[in-house]
Design a protein around this ligand. Sequence first.
Ligand SMILES: N[C@@H](CCC(=O)N[C@@H](CS)C(=O)NCC(=O)O)C(=O)O
Length: 215
Amino acid sequence: MKLVIGNKNYSSWSLRPWILMQHAQLSFDEINVPLFTDKGVAMIEQWCPAKRVPVLHDGPLVLWDSLAICEYIADKVTDRSLWPERSDDRARARAMSAEMHSGFALLREAMPMNCRRVVENFTPSLDVQIDINRIVQLFEDALQQSGGPWLFGHYTVADAMYAPIASRFQTYQISLPALSRQYVARTLDDPPMQTWYQQSRAEKAVIEQSEVFPE
Ligand SMILES: N[C@@H](CCC(=O)N[C@@H](CS)C(=O)NCC(=O)O)C(=O)O
Protein backbone atom coordinates (compact mmCIF):
# COMPACT_ATOMS: atom_id res chain seq x y z
CA MET A 1 0.00 0.00 0.00
CA LYS A 2 1.01 3.60 -0.57
CA LEU A 3 -0.34 6.40 1.60
CA VAL A 4 -0.06 9.84 0.02
CA ILE A 5 0.11 12.52 2.72
CA GLY A 6 0.90 16.21 3.13
CA ASN A 7 3.39 18.01 5.38
CA LYS A 8 3.43 16.30 8.77
CA ASN A 9 3.56 19.62 10.61
CA TYR A 10 0.33 20.86 9.09
CA SER A 11 -1.74 18.15 7.42
CA SER A 12 -4.29 17.07 9.99
CA TRP A 13 -6.33 15.01 7.50
CA SER A 14 -3.17 13.07 6.63
CA LEU A 15 -2.40 12.27 10.27
CA ARG A 16 -5.69 10.42 10.77
CA PRO A 17 -5.23 7.41 8.41
CA TRP A 18 -1.45 7.45 8.97
CA ILE A 19 -1.77 6.95 12.74
CA LEU A 20 -4.55 4.37 12.32
CA MET A 21 -2.35 2.37 9.94
CA GLN A 22 0.47 2.52 12.50
CA HIS A 23 -1.88 1.19 15.18
CA ALA A 24 -3.04 -1.51 12.79
CA GLN A 25 0.64 -2.46 12.26
CA LEU A 26 0.17 -2.41 8.50
CA SER A 27 3.24 -1.85 6.41
CA PHE A 28 2.95 0.84 3.75
CA ASP A 29 5.06 3.29 1.79
CA GLU A 30 4.61 6.99 2.37
CA ILE A 31 4.45 9.48 -0.46
CA ASN A 32 5.12 12.89 1.04
CA VAL A 33 3.58 15.83 -0.81
CA PRO A 34 5.03 19.26 0.04
CA LEU A 35 1.72 21.15 -0.01
CA PHE A 36 1.43 24.53 -1.76
CA THR A 37 4.67 24.13 -3.74
CA ASP A 38 5.10 23.53 -7.49
CA LYS A 39 6.41 20.04 -6.73
CA GLY A 40 3.40 19.41 -4.47
CA VAL A 41 0.94 20.54 -7.15
CA ALA A 42 2.53 18.13 -9.65
CA MET A 43 2.45 15.26 -7.13
CA ILE A 44 -1.21 15.95 -6.30
CA GLU A 45 -1.95 15.86 -10.03
CA GLN A 46 -0.23 12.46 -10.22
CA TRP A 47 -1.56 10.77 -7.05
CA CYS A 48 -4.76 12.50 -5.84
CA PRO A 49 -7.98 12.23 -7.87
CA ALA A 50 -9.79 14.81 -5.67
CA LYS A 51 -6.70 17.07 -5.58
CA ARG A 52 -6.43 16.61 -1.83
CA VAL A 53 -4.41 14.44 0.54
CA PRO A 54 -4.62 11.85 2.05
CA VAL A 55 -5.00 9.20 -0.65
CA LEU A 56 -4.47 5.46 -0.22
CA HIS A 57 -3.31 3.36 -3.16
CA ASP A 58 -3.78 -0.37 -2.55
CA GLY A 59 -3.06 -2.17 -5.80
CA PRO A 60 -5.68 -0.96 -8.28
CA LEU A 61 -7.81 0.61 -5.53
CA VAL A 62 -7.44 4.38 -5.07
CA LEU A 63 -9.17 5.89 -2.00
CA TRP A 64 -9.22 9.65 -1.63
CA ASP A 65 -10.77 10.62 1.70
CA SER A 66 -9.48 10.33 5.27
CA LEU A 67 -12.56 8.74 6.82
CA ALA A 68 -13.09 6.36 3.88
CA ILE A 69 -9.44 5.27 4.22
CA CYS A 70 -9.92 4.69 7.97
CA GLU A 71 -13.03 2.59 7.26
CA TYR A 72 -11.12 0.57 4.68
CA ILE A 73 -8.25 -0.04 7.11
CA ALA A 74 -10.71 -1.09 9.82
CA ASP A 75 -12.26 -3.57 7.35
CA LYS A 76 -8.88 -4.87 6.30
CA VAL A 77 -7.63 -5.64 9.79
CA THR A 78 -9.11 -8.93 10.86
CA ASP A 79 -7.19 -9.73 14.05
CA ARG A 80 -7.53 -6.32 15.81
CA SER A 81 -10.77 -4.42 16.05
CA LEU A 82 -10.46 -0.78 15.03
CA TRP A 83 -14.10 -0.13 15.88
CA PRO A 84 -15.70 -0.96 19.27
CA GLU A 85 -17.08 -4.50 19.61
CA ARG A 86 -20.57 -3.58 20.85
CA SER A 87 -22.90 -2.30 18.14
CA ASP A 88 -24.16 0.66 20.24
CA ASP A 89 -20.58 1.72 21.02
CA ARG A 90 -19.65 1.21 17.37
CA ALA A 91 -22.55 3.44 16.31
CA ARG A 92 -21.46 6.17 18.75
CA ALA A 93 -17.83 5.92 17.62
CA ARG A 94 -18.99 6.29 14.01
CA ALA A 95 -21.18 9.31 14.87
CA MET A 96 -18.26 10.91 16.70
CA SER A 97 -15.91 10.26 13.77
CA ALA A 98 -18.46 11.61 11.29
CA GLU A 99 -18.96 14.73 13.42
CA MET A 100 -15.21 15.37 13.31
CA HIS A 101 -15.09 14.76 9.58
CA SER A 102 -17.96 17.11 8.73
CA GLY A 103 -17.83 19.59 11.59
CA PHE A 104 -15.82 22.02 13.68
CA ALA A 105 -15.03 24.20 10.67
CA LEU A 106 -14.54 27.33 12.78
CA LEU A 107 -12.12 25.58 15.11
CA ARG A 108 -10.21 24.09 12.20
CA GLU A 109 -9.88 27.49 10.55
CA ALA A 110 -8.92 29.41 13.71
CA MET A 111 -6.63 26.72 15.12
CA PRO A 112 -4.80 25.03 12.23
CA MET A 113 -2.69 22.02 13.21
CA ASN A 114 0.91 23.08 13.70
CA CYS A 115 2.86 20.38 15.54
CA ARG A 116 6.01 22.49 15.86
CA ARG A 117 4.34 25.44 17.58
CA VAL A 118 3.07 26.44 21.00
CA VAL A 119 0.98 29.60 20.72
CA GLU A 120 0.92 31.76 23.85
CA ASN A 121 -2.13 33.78 24.89
CA PHE A 122 -4.57 32.32 22.38
CA THR A 123 -8.13 33.38 23.18
CA PRO A 124 -10.79 31.47 21.22
CA SER A 125 -13.69 33.46 19.81
CA LEU A 126 -17.13 32.58 21.16
CA ASP A 127 -17.86 30.41 18.11
CA VAL A 128 -14.57 28.54 18.39
CA GLN A 129 -15.17 28.03 22.12
CA ILE A 130 -18.52 26.40 21.23
CA ASP A 131 -16.63 23.90 19.03
CA ILE A 132 -14.09 23.29 21.82
CA ASN A 133 -16.88 22.75 24.36
CA ARG A 134 -18.61 20.25 22.09
CA ILE A 135 -15.40 18.25 21.61
CA VAL A 136 -14.72 18.28 25.35
CA GLN A 137 -18.26 17.00 25.95
CA LEU A 138 -17.65 14.18 23.44
CA PHE A 139 -14.34 13.27 25.11
CA GLU A 140 -15.76 13.36 28.66
CA ASP A 141 -18.85 11.29 27.76
CA ALA A 142 -16.89 8.65 25.84
CA LEU A 143 -14.13 8.35 28.46
CA GLN A 144 -16.60 8.19 31.38
CA GLN A 145 -18.59 5.45 29.65
CA SER A 146 -15.61 3.38 28.50
CA GLY A 147 -13.31 3.98 31.47
CA GLY A 148 -10.53 4.73 28.96
CA PRO A 149 -7.67 4.72 28.28
CA TRP A 150 -8.90 5.45 24.71
CA LEU A 151 -12.29 6.93 23.81
CA PHE A 152 -13.95 3.52 23.51
CA GLY A 153 -11.54 1.56 25.73
CA HIS A 154 -9.06 0.25 23.15
CA TYR A 155 -7.74 2.29 20.20
CA THR A 156 -10.35 2.85 17.47
CA VAL A 157 -10.93 4.96 14.37
CA ALA A 158 -12.45 7.63 16.65
CA ASP A 159 -9.08 8.13 18.39
CA ALA A 160 -7.37 8.52 15.02
CA MET A 161 -9.97 11.05 13.89
CA TYR A 162 -9.44 13.18 17.03
CA ALA A 163 -5.61 12.88 17.18
CA PRO A 164 -5.15 16.25 15.39
CA ILE A 165 -7.52 17.85 17.94
CA ALA A 166 -5.19 16.76 20.76
CA SER A 167 -2.35 18.37 18.84
CA ARG A 168 -4.32 21.61 18.42
CA PHE A 169 -5.34 21.69 22.09
CA GLN A 170 -1.65 21.51 22.98
CA THR A 171 -0.50 24.08 20.40
CA TYR A 172 -3.13 26.64 21.44
CA GLN A 173 -2.91 25.69 25.14
CA ILE A 174 -6.61 25.05 25.64
CA SER A 175 -7.53 24.47 29.28
CA LEU A 176 -9.43 21.22 29.75
CA PRO A 177 -11.15 19.20 32.47
CA ALA A 178 -9.17 16.29 33.94
CA LEU A 179 -10.36 13.37 31.76
CA SER A 180 -9.90 15.31 28.53
CA ARG A 181 -6.51 16.60 29.70
CA GLN A 182 -5.32 13.05 30.43
CA TYR A 183 -6.68 11.87 27.07
CA VAL A 184 -4.85 14.64 25.19
CA ALA A 185 -1.62 13.77 27.05
CA ARG A 186 -2.08 10.07 26.18
CA THR A 187 -2.66 10.91 22.51
CA LEU A 188 0.46 13.06 22.38
CA ASP A 189 2.56 10.42 24.20
CA ASP A 190 1.37 7.65 21.88
CA PRO A 191 4.54 6.27 20.18
CA PRO A 192 3.24 6.72 16.58
CA MET A 193 2.28 10.31 17.45
CA GLN A 194 5.79 10.88 18.82
CA THR A 195 7.21 9.61 15.52
CA TRP A 196 4.90 11.94 13.57
CA TYR A 197 6.04 14.87 15.75
CA GLN A 198 9.74 14.03 15.29
CA GLN A 199 9.25 13.89 11.53
CA SER A 200 7.26 17.16 11.52
CA ARG A 201 10.12 18.86 13.38
CA ALA A 202 12.52 17.64 10.69
CA GLU A 203 10.48 19.38 7.97
CA LYS A 204 11.67 22.82 6.93
CA ALA A 205 8.70 24.04 4.90
CA VAL A 206 6.54 26.81 6.32
CA ILE A 207 2.94 27.20 5.10
CA GLU A 208 2.19 30.84 5.86
CA GLN A 209 -1.61 30.51 5.87
CA SER A 210 -1.35 27.95 8.69
CA GLU A 211 0.87 30.20 10.81
CA VAL A 212 -2.08 32.15 12.15
CA PHE A 213 -0.15 33.81 14.97
CA PRO A 214 3.26 35.33 14.28
CA GLU A 215 6.08 33.87 16.41
N1 LIG B 1 -12.36 15.76 3.33
C1 LIG B 1 -10.99 15.52 2.96
C2 LIG B 1 -10.16 16.77 3.25
C3 LIG B 1 -8.76 16.68 2.72
C4 LIG B 1 -8.03 18.02 2.74
O1 LIG B 1 -8.63 19.09 2.83
N2 LIG B 1 -6.68 17.94 2.65
C5 LIG B 1 -5.84 19.13 2.59
C6 LIG B 1 -4.58 18.97 3.45
S1 LIG B 1 -4.89 18.62 5.15
C7 LIG B 1 -5.28 19.32 1.18
O2 LIG B 1 -5.10 18.34 0.46
N3 LIG B 1 -4.97 20.53 0.78
C8 LIG B 1 -4.28 20.76 -0.44
C9 LIG B 1 -4.87 21.84 -1.27
O3 LIG B 1 -5.88 22.44 -0.83
O4 LIG B 1 -4.31 22.09 -2.35
C10 LIG B 1 -10.49 14.28 3.73
O5 LIG B 1 -11.10 13.98 4.77
O6 LIG B 1 -9.55 13.61 3.30
